[in-house]
Design a protein around this ligand. Structure first.
Ligand SMILES: Nc1nc2c(c(=O)[nH]1)N[C@@H](CNc1ccc(C(=O)N[C@@H](CCC(=O)N[C@@H](CCC(=O)N[C@@H](CCC(=O)O)C(=O)O)C(=O)O)C(=O)O)cc1)CN2
Ligand code: MET
Ligand SMILES: [Zn+2]
Length: 762
């Protein structure tokens, strides 16, 4: 018998019901009970889908109103003391305070309660809330939600597998908030609470608990590796069967450890750790369950079921025992269902499998392994789709491969080195010392979004939509002129998203109507799908940008998304290396850069916020990635003359460990998020002697708080300790699209004033 299950399921709902309910709740339009009802309804629906697909368990514990790591902070009773919660505050209200913070009543710096920090979940575009630890952190079984959800599922007649984030991964993903202590020291205090949870689950009638330890796929310090065996020896005593789940990365030096741990089963990522399947099938004792993540949970392609069956039969041959099958990781990272994507033609649609379709694939595999003829029709259909994709004329474009093959060796080099370019650009633009600029987007108001929605529904004519956006651009230009900003932007009103917008216009991409994936909290993205060779049929941004330039004498900065960020935030081909796809996108962006230059745009920004996120989870793979990623960026940027100034922008990550590679991108100016780390990053930039110009963000755009002029003067003075005044730019941390107008205006006004103050002395 084969057992099929999933590590997790998307939470938002088929129509993003959770997003809309959350936002209504936050606006005060529905109360907590109504929100809870939506959550309950979605869980019930999603469990029923799992059951209907023939899964042997429904998975309970993957649901969250904001983030599953934040759920664990409450479950484990470690809400940071700094929030100062009073005993009578309801758990859900505290939860949203952890997630969203509380604005200060006075607006003064340092007051209010900032939210838990948010950071990327491994190498995905999902953000989790970072647990905070101090030597005083205590743990207790403090929240009933998980057990209540288990009861809900049991009451609906389901067989339940509960899921927990494992104790070591939970600690690893958190952050030490005081110096001189290591969070691993908290393990001893944490384990008894896990033990209690497992005992409770067992008592509820749960036989299997999936305990996620994705950090087994990372380069772990010895103390962390050594902590696994004693920790799990303790947890083994709870009496519940544990399925240790790993994903996203091969286990390598942790493989023997993972096989040896005293648990009842091991899940491995059969896609990212494909090369380890044979060894694990061999080494994992046969009395333990092997759960093979056989379907790609990080991508949207229909699986090659014949190839999967071949592998599964071989594994069964070796192990002579039952197998468990699942997607490689939680399905959180793929959209809900292909059904309803009527905008895609039938052929393309047949190539895709989102969450619901992946559950169906599991069932076909199970039937086929049992020799059940009921799988035959589905297998034939799947085979047909795979063959159609392999043979399709739409996937390959001979002109693209010919162009790549013919690229001169120096295609990724600017004509002159930076000092010569800097001189040419200074002569051309005559900017003041400490020039001010912004990162690109201005507030995406409800008005802009509903105009776009009406346009997409066919209720607003293309010319009217264009006129509405041009009106917005004119407004943004006028505002910047009035504020006295030096290098202007058009504000990006016409963009639904910085990646999707380009995906909609590039050949080799398709996009969905409803393929939403949670990014954080209620926020979602709709990653485009790269199915074929990429090229740019026509200019994508030139007319908007030149229109904006026509409204001002000041330089208008062209605004593009870079090849690595487009790659990273799209669903990519699995039939060629990512590096090849990156190179193709790079050339498409290069064409746009060259066209902008030709249209008279002298400053062009190519955003690469995701370059750090794309870094492989294992350090040994960094060099290779960084080499092709930085080359792709340079390819996109190198088609222009010395006097054209190329900017790039990065955010969301710590960049300290890849500074040389960032320098190797050779952008003339980099604007980078730094304000949240109090300009820490700059020490690294200073030590490393970053050679080109740099704009360290002087204020955090993630909160509506308006920074004062003095605050920004302080930060800039700090920056001037390490960066020569002639190389320093003044700008916010990131784009302003999630902000409202009043705080945007106030903050930019103070920012320009700060720059002017320093110009007098610097
Ligand atoms: N791709 C990507 N990844 C990223 C980021 C990013 O900017 N892009 N930034 C970081 C994450 N930050 C994020 C910040 C904001 C949002 C966000 O605001 N998402 C919006 C959707 C943005 C969008 O696509 N907007 C569409 C509208 C989509 C929509 O829901 N429209 C409504 C109608 C809206 C109306 O009538 O007003 C509908 O179709 O029902 C548009 O502007 O055209 C949301 O969840 O609400 C997402 C991620 C890291 N990863
Ligand atoms: C996530 S980086 C955002 C860069 C983009 N140009 C913006 O300003 O929104
Ligand atoms: Zn940014």
């Amino acid at each position: 018998m084969t057992t099929i299950h999933t590590l997790g399921f998307p939470r938002m709902g088929a129509q993003r019901e959770l997003k809309f309910a959350l936002e209504r709740h936050w606006r005060g339009e529905i109360d907590a009970a109504a929100l809870e009802a939506v959550g309950r309804e979605l869980r019930a629906r999603h469990w029923q889908l799992q059951r209907d697909a023939g899964l042997d368990f429904v998975t309970v514990g993957d649901f969250a109103f904001y983030d599953h790591v934040a759920n664990h902070v409450q479950l484990l009773g470690c809400e940071p003391a700094r929030f100062g919660f009073a005993g009578d505050e309801p758990a859900l209200a505290r939860y949203f305070t952890l997630a969203r913070g509380v604005a200060s009543e006075t607006g003064a710096a340092g007051s209010g309660r900032p939210a838990l920090e948010m950071t990327k979940w491994f190498d995905t575009n999902y953000h989790y809330l970072v647990p905070e630890f101090t030597p005083e952190t205590a743990f207790s079984l403090a929240e009933e939600r998980l057990f209540a959800e288990v009861d809900e599922a049991l009451a609906l007649g389901h067989r339940v597998k509960a899921v927990l984030l494992g104790p070591l991964s939970f600690l690893w993903l958190g952050k030490e908030k005081s110096a001189g202590f290591a969070r691993i020291e908290l393990l001893e205090r944490l384990l008894p609470v896990y033990q209690q949870i497992l005992v409770r689950l067992k008592a509820q009638g749960v036989d299997w608990v999936q305990i996620d330890e994705p950090i087994l796929g990372l380069d772990l310090p010895p103390a962390w590796r050594q902590a696994f065996e004693p920790a799990y020896s303790g947890l083994a005593k709870s009496g519940v069967s544990l399925l240790l789940a790993t994903y996203f990365s091969p286990l390598q030096e942790n493989l023997a450890l993972a096989c040896r741990l005293p648990v009842h089963g091991l899940h491995i990522d059969g896609i990212r750790a494909a090369q380890e399947v044979a060894a694990i099938a061999d080494w994992l004792p046969v009395h333990k369950v092997l759960s093979l993540g056989i379907l790609d949970g990080r991508n949207i392609w229909r699986a090659d079921l014949d190839a999967a069956l071949k592998l599964l039969r071989a594994v069964r041959e070796v192990r002579q025992c039952d197998l468990w099958l699942a997607p490689s990781c939680s399905l959180l990272h793929v959209p809900f269902s292909v059904a309803g994507e009527s905008g895609l033609d039938a052929e393309l649609r047949s190539w895709l499998a989102f969450a619901v379709e992946k559950l169906a694939e599991l069932r076909v595999l199970k039937l086929a392994l049992a020799g059940d003829g009921a799988a035959d029709a589905a297998l034939a259909e799947s085979r047909q789709a795979i063959q159609s994709r392999r043979a399709s004329q739409r996937v390959t474009d001979a002109r693209v491969s010919a162009r790549l093959a013919a690229l001169p060796a120096d295609a990724d080099r600017r004509p002159s080195p930076f000092p010569a370019r800097q001189a040419a650009q200074r002569a051309r633009f005559g900017l003041p010392l400490l020039p001010t600029t912004s990162i690109g987007s201005f507030p995406q108001t409800a008005e802009i979004r509903s105009a776009r929605a009406a346009f997409k529904r066919g209720q607003l004519a293309a010319t009217d939509y264009q006129r509405a956006m041009e009106k917005e651009i004119a407004h943004v230009v006028a505002v910047q002129e009035e504020l006295g900003i030096d290098v202007l932007v058009h504000g990006e009103p016409e963009r639904n998203d910085m990646v999707e917008y380009f995906g909609e216009q590039l050949a080799g991409f398709c996009f969905t109507a409803n393929g939403w994936v949670q990014s954080y909290g209620s926020r979602c993205v709709k990653p485009p799908i790269i199915y074929g060779d990429v090229s740019r049929p026509q200019a994508m941004t030139v007319s908007w940008t030149t229109h904006a330039q026509s409204l001002t004498e000041k330089p208008m900065k062209g605004m593009l998304t870079g090849p690595i960020t487009i790659l990273q935030w799209s669903f990519v081909r699995d039939d060629q290396p990512r590096s090849t796809t990156a190179e193709q996108i790079a050339l498409a962006i290069r064409d746009e850069v060259v066209d902008l230059e030709r249209a008279g745009i002298g400053i062009i920004q190519i955003d690469e916020p995701a370059i750090r996120e794309g870094l492989p989870l294992r350090r040994e793979a960094w060099r290779d990635y960084l080499a092709w990623a930085t080359r792709a960026f340079r390819l996109s940027a190198s088609g222009v003359g010395d006097a054209t100034q190329i900017h790039t922008h990065m955010c969301y990550s710590e960049f300290n460990d890849i500074l040389p590679e960032i320098a190797a991108m050779d952008a003339d100016v980099i604007t980078i998020e730094t304000s949240r780390s109090d300009m820490e990053l700059l020490h690294a930039f200073g030590e490393f002697k970053y050679p080109n110009e740099i704009g360290p963000g002087v204020y955090d755009i993630h909160s509506p708080r308006v920074p004062s002029r003095e605050e920004m003067v302080c930060l800039l003075q700090k920056a001037l300790e390490t960066i020569p005044a002639g190389n320093l730019w003044v700008n916010p941390d990131c784009g302003l699209k999630t902000r409202a107008w009043p705080e945007t205006l106030a903050a930019l006004r103070n920012m320009v004033a700060a720059a002017k103050t320093l110009r007098l002395t610097a």
